[in-house]
Design a protein around this ligand. Structure first.
Ligand code: AMP
Ligand code: GLY
Length: 424
């Protein structure tokens, strides 16, 4: 079958690598892809949010499945678009329709969903400009720190953790009155702060059945020892040592099953990945957020451990026969180190020539923000490359990935050398 993958980051490079290995994949297309995805298929210069162009390409190239990497096209309704067009409706799209994508597209929607289905999460209340005064009074009753979340998509920047009441009030006003995050912050969720250790759990569902994929931990801060600014993710490991049988049993019973059943009860069709951001609070799992896609750079570690043919799994999502496919997971540990551009996550340098990728032999290098310029690989984004090693244990995996990240060079590059060390 011909498969079309949408996206251009490290997550999509990993999907491309995995899909290209499938015995069922005849031709893979990646729109738009990056300098690395061309090794697994054919890059096509189409924006994932240009639904018409995606649809036309799918018809012209006899596409039998569309796999959506990022959230934006899902939240904007690419799956609905395919269902609405007669000539596209038969093509399975992996990723939820607009309604299901609200789990990520609206924090208020996802909080209401969790409350309705008794899924453990931080206590919260939602405010708009019309209820700003009430919101300011509510802040007075909260213990510090206070979490403020812009309701809509804000490129990962819409969550503020306020250490003082004054800053919480100022930020609530900035979000509601001054549109700090544009339309995304016209509604704000005020949330209780959860103290614990975070992890990511991934679920693949066809709307009837589900498979729990390997757990992973993402390292979000730019600096070693989890310091400095938040980023899209500087590294990941899988499995997470503390996500043992007991903990994962609680996650399945209290969170995964109620989530899948909740979607059914609410008549929300869902075919795709659910990324559950969790806080482990003294051994008890709480949902911090849902995403309607895989994580980046968690995907690099998670898919590296999945031994089942990924297209078999995705095809079963389309046909709602996920219960018929066996999910095989490697017992090994994967570690991923992300190499970023100088300046990231602030204003960062671009167009730097990358060398040394060919010196990496024991890890896999997934391209993220890269482009080909006359045959030369250059950096084009903040997160440039991800280096993933799969080894018998966590120590060996992080050692290998870190050593291999060090074999790559470009001007002003940076990567964290402590990924996974907190868990050793
Ligand atoms: P989100 O955009 O929802 O992933 O939030 C970004 C980050 O903010 C999360 O990864 C957490 O580290 C942190 N965060 C969000 N909500 C809470 C909360 N209720 N308590 C503590 N930390 C939180
Ligand atoms: N690594 C976090 C995310 O993909 O949102």
């Amino acid at each position: 079958m011909n498969i079309l993958l949408l996206g251009s980051g490290g997550r999509e490079s990993t999907f491309a690598w995995k899909i290209a290995q499938s015995k069922k994949c005849t031709q893979l297309f990646i729109a738009p892809g990056n300098a690395g995805t061309g090794a697994y298929g054919k890059n096509v210069a189409i924006k994932p949010t240009d639904f018409e162009a995606v649809g036309r390409f799918a018809i012209d190239n006899n596409i039998s499945m569309v796999v959506v990497g990022p959230e934006e096209p899902l939240v904007k309704g690419i799956h609905d678009y395919f269902l609405e067009q007669e000539e596209l409706a038969h093509i399975p799209v992996i990723g939820p329709q607009k309604q299901g994508a609200q789990l990520e597209g609206s924090k208020d929607f996802s909080k209401q969903f969790m409350q309705r289905h008794c899924i453990p999460t931080a206590a919260s209340k939602t405010f708009t400009l019309a209820t700003l005064e009430e919101g300011l009074q509510y802040l007075e009753t909260q213990t510090l720190p206070i979490v403020l979340k812009a309701d809509g998509l804000a490129a990962g920047k819409g969550v503020l953790i306020c250490e003082t009441l004054e800053s919480a009030k100022a930020e609530l006003k900035a979000m509601l009155q001054d549109a700090k995050f544009g339309e995304a912050s016209s509604t704000v969720v005020v949330e209780q702060f959860l103290r614990g250790i975070e992890l990511s759990v991934f679920v693949l569902t066809d709307g009837k059945h589900y498979k729990i994929l390997p757990s992973a931990k993402d390292y979000k801060r730019i600096g070693e020892g989890d310091t400095g600014l938040n980023t899209g993710g500087m590294g990941s490991i899988s499995p997470v040592p503390f996500a043992d049988k007991t903990f994962m049993g609680k996650v399945e019973q209290r969170i995964v099953i109620p989530t899948i059943n909740g979607l059914k009860q609410d008549n929300i069709p869902y075919k795709g990945f659910i990324f559950i951001g969790l806080m482990n609070v003294n051994g008890e799992p709480y949902v911090i957020e849902y995403n309607v896609r895989m994580g980046d750079p968690e995907t690099q570690s998670v898919l590296s451990r999945i031994e089942t043919d990924l297209v078999d799994l995705l095809e079963a999502v389309g046909n709602q026969t996920l219960d018929k496919v066996e999910l095989k997971i490697s017992p090994k540990t994967a570690a991923t180190i992300v190499i970023v551009a100088g300046g990231y996550p602030g204003e960062y340098l671009k167009g730097k020539v990358i060398s040394g990728i060919e010196n990496v032999r024991e890890s896999r290098v997934f391209h993220a923000g890269t482009e080909l310029d006359g045959g030369v690989i250059k950096s084009s984004g903040g997160r440039v490359l991800a280096v993933t090693a799969l080894r018998d244990n966590l120590f060996d995996a992080v050692q290998q990935a870190t050593a291999d990240a060090g074999r790559i060079y470009f001007d002003a590059f940076y990567f964290r050398k402590d990924i996974g060390f907190d868990l050793l």
